[in-house]
Write a protein that binds this ligand. Structure first.
Ligand code: FE2
Length: 195
């Protein structure tokens, strides 16, 4: 069965003014859709056509199949990392886990911001759970924690296509806006609970 673009968990204008409807039009409607369409073309008639997205990601060698499968997964995950009225500080188990691994929630935010700012080129900044607690991961291009045996809790897309329409080249403003107004801590909590 062909892979499909999953519905957004909110309306395309629901994250404005922090992330515009126009950005969602292009980022979800064009970029994400293209990764799904390209993946379907690449796997059609191959053994991968019968695998789940995760199975393809884990088994694929570096190259177009991995890139398009991972980007399909990454973007689906990313949409749930934001919510209207998001941002602020987490509570409960996420807050406790961040304090254990980073010292405080503010220290985590600073470290996450520094990592996202300094990722050179295109990639993703993740809050992930590994063997030694929570960690911040930088991945290039389509790479993701699953490929490294770690569980993703949150991610920020720092490909330029994620912020150029709203922030032009000002990646630091995009990161700050995301943390202050969009990040979905309840989604991180649900991922932590499942890990
Ligand atoms: Fe993206």
């Amino acid at each position: 069965m062909a892979f499909e673009l999953p519905p957004l968990p909110y309306r395309k204008d629901a994250l404005a003014p922090h992330m515009s409807e126009q950005t969602l039009d292009f980022h979800y409607g064009k970029h994400h859709q293209t990764y799904v369409d390209t993946l379907n073309k690449l796997v059609d008639g191959t053994d991968n056509a019968h695998k789940s997205l995760e199975e393809i990601i884990l088994s694929a060698e570096p190259g177009p199949v991995f890139n398009n499968a991972a980007q399909t997964w990454n973007h689906t995950f990313f949409w749930s990392c934001m919510t209207p009225g998001g941002g602020g500080d987490p509570d409960g188990d996420v807050s406790t886990a961040l304090e254990q691994s980073f010292g405080s929630v503010d220290d985590f935010k600073q470290a996450f911001t520094d990592q996202a700012k300094t990722l050179f080129g295109s990639g993703w900044t993740w809050l992930a759970k590994g063997d030694d607690g929570l960690e911040i991961l930088q991945t290039k291009d389509a790479d993701l924690p699953l490929k490294h045996g770690k569980t993703a809790l949150l991610t920020l897309d720092v490909w330029e296509h994620a912020y150029y329409l709203d922030f032009q080249n000002a990646r630091p403003a995009y990161i700050e806006t995301w943390l202050e107004n969009l990040v979905n801590w309840e989604f991180a909590a649900s991922n932590l609970a499942k890990s």
